[in-house]
Design a protein around this ligand. Sequence first.
Ligand SMILES: Nc1ncnc2c1ncn2[C@@H]1O[C@H](COP(=O)(O)OP(=O)(O)OP(=O)(O)O)[C@@H](O)[C@H]1O
Ligand SMILES: [Mg+2]
Length: 296
Amino acid sequence: MCAACGRQGAVCFTRRPPWMSFTLTKREPVLMNSVASTAVPPRVRMRNIAKRYGAIQSLRGVNLEVAPGEVLGLVGDNGAGKSTVSKVLSGAVIPDEGYIEIDGKRVHFENPGDARVHQIEMVYQDLSLCDTVDVAGNLFLGREPMRRICGVPVLDLAKMHLDAREMLDGLGIRIPNTRLDVENLSGGQRQAIAISRAVSFDPKVLIMDEPTAALAVAEVEAVLDLVRTVSARGVSVILISHRLQDLFLVCDRISVMYEGQNVADRPIGETNLQEIVDLIVGHKFNARSARPTIEN
Ligand SMILES: Nc1ncnc2c1ncn2[C@@H]1O[C@H](COP(=O)(O)OP(=O)(O)OP(=O)(O)O)[C@@H](O)[C@H]1O
Ligand SMILES: [Mg+2]
């Protein structure tokens, strides 16, 4: 319950930040060291996570830590295991080995519902939206507001659209009509809806798998601002992306995966694009597409 507005946390946006400021500056980094020095456990600690699919060893002892409010960039080549490790954390995949701790306590997830109880939300690579359902319907899928007419429960459509509008406005997302079917929206708007839905569950940890992969420049910036917004609220964000330049704008730290293992972990101020590219491909790599486009 929010003390300021009296609403449940899931739809409370009283603490709404200024949105769309579009100042593409780097954030002050959240340091894992400061967590260690005050003996506060990390929000997420994954240890020795292994997962095999038949002949494919997808994960080989992955370790991952994220502090409260930290933005961790998770990178690696295609098939490195990024989606698999994030699905383990979101409860969609059960690991063969290893364990997860949330705020220092061991947890065991059998499904995404278990992870949601611990306020872990994931925006999947394919977004998992219902294309033929409207914006409000997607935001409230499975928890639609109801009202009673002559004792019979019916869908409270007016409330659902009002709450959807409040939710989108609170995150500064510009979608003119919550009655539009999601299939008619742009890639950026669809991504924003998937993120809003995840944020509306009031997560402590938000995992985003390739949120900017198919977006135009302005839409990418909107999603990056959304990352800044939620991390400023103390949400730990794990951001998987092949768009490395985006990571340098919002991440505190980058963790590199290679063939199912973590091979490096770098605070953002202590690395650069070229080093991350080299770590991703596993050797010194010199390609024009890998040359830095921003100053690090
Ligand atoms: N359900 C599955 N069944 C069989 N193999 C799988 C399954 N899920 C993942 N894998 C395999 O595990 C490995 C890691 O896949 P994963 O999707 O985690 O990689 P990724 O780092 O997310 O790659 P990308 O950047 O292409 O999204 C791949 O070899 C993939 O084929
Ligand atoms: Mg993936």
